[in-house]
Design a protein around this ligand. Structure first.
Ligand code: ZN
Length: 78
């Protein structure tokens, strides 16, 4: 069975559980069966993507002030 990360929306606990396909996991802390499966936390491209945004480029060039947040898609520099 695959190991998935889940977060409980009721108590906020994150846990890794082995679940069979179609199985409904329950929260080990509070027993909620509304557990949400988390997408993989392995995101090796996240930083690379942010570094490739126009504003990140501008920040490196010292020209960030010329960028408005609307031009700054997908990063948190503003
Ligand atoms: Zn819970």
């Amino acid at each position: 069975m695959p190991l998935y990360s889940f977060q409980c929306p009721d108590c906020g606990k994150e846990t890794e559980l082995l679940v069979a396909f179609g199985d409904t996991p329950s929260c080990p802390a509070c027993g909620s069966v509304a557990m949400k499966r988390l997408l993989s936390r392995v995101a090796p491209h996240a930083n690379a993507d942010a570094a490739g945004t126009p504003c990140a480029q501008a920040a490196r060039d010292g020209a960030l002030a010329s960028f408005s947040p609307s031009e700054c898609r997908g990063c948190a520099c503003h």
